[in-house]
Design a protein around this ligand. Structure first.
Ligand code: DX5
Ligand code: ZN
Length: 217
């Protein structure tokens, strides 16, 4: 299983996004947190910003939609340059229909589950998904602490489909990345750990090495 690091620009300096993206140009993916102030109690950025940064960044975009009505907006994000579109199982609408819509737009589909949502909610869709995102904090804010209690869900999904990408998001740092990798995760979002470090590129390679050192498969 390839280990991938996906720095979250939520923790970056939005006044200097182009420079911030250059500091993480060695990453495998760029994680973009979209919040609507309704599904989560916070508002972040939308499709116009995704489109703007797409013009100055070649790393694939991992777009995490924390919004109530994903079906309404997936087309905007596909057009803006998302490569992976991830929406929440707890949001409105039929999961299968939203997955099919994302795939019909030529993008990779992923479903996210919050800490209290069981893995069983995503199991019926694994064959249609590129990735499952197991949230390791309650979505809405950066800088929270990693919830180890979510690890059994990763093990369950990994057993059900050994080759699917499993992403973790929230509180990932050079120590917690090992715990998640041991459980079977292989895509690691990190916001504060990367952007609040002195050298983001070094932090990305440390996260990757630490994940690889625990490789389960
Ligand atoms: C939280 C977001 C995360 C956040 C992670 O709702 O989905 O992607 O940016 O931030 P850290 O790594 O600081 O916990
Ligand atoms: Zn996220």
């Amino acid at each position: 299983m390839e280990m991938k690091i996906s720095p979250s620009i939520l923790a970056s300096d939005y006044a200097n996004l182009q420079d911030e993206l250059e500091r993480i140009s060695t990453s495998d993916l760029i994680h973009i947190d979209v919040m609507d102030g309704h599904f989560v109690p916070n508002i972040s950025i939308g499709a116009p910003v995704v489109e703007a940064i797409k013009r100055v960044c070649n790393v694939p975009f991992d777009v995490h939609l924390m919004i109530s009505e994903p079906l309404k907006y997936v087309e905007d994000f596909a057009r803006a340059g998302a490569d992976i579109i991830c929406f929440h199982a707890e949001s409105e609408g039929d999961i299968g229909e939203t997955v099919r819509k994302i795939k019909s737009l030529g993008k990779k589909a992923a479903v996210a589950i919050k800490p209290n949502t069981p893995a069983s909610v995503v199991l019926p869709y694994l064959d249609e998904l590129s990735m499952v995102l197991v949230m390791t904090v309650e979505p809405g804010f950066g800088g929270q602490s990693f919830m180890e209690s979510t690890m059994p869900k990763i093990e369950e999904i990994r057993r059900a489909k050994p080759d699917i990408d499993i992403e973790v998001d929230g509180g990932i740092n050079p120590e917690t990345v090992k715990i998640a990798a041991r459980a079977g995760a292989n895509v690691f979002v990190a916001g504060s750990a990367v952007f609040k470090s002195e050298n983001p590129a070094d932090t990305i390679s440390i996260l990757k090495q630490n994940a690889q050192s625990q490789r389960a498969l």
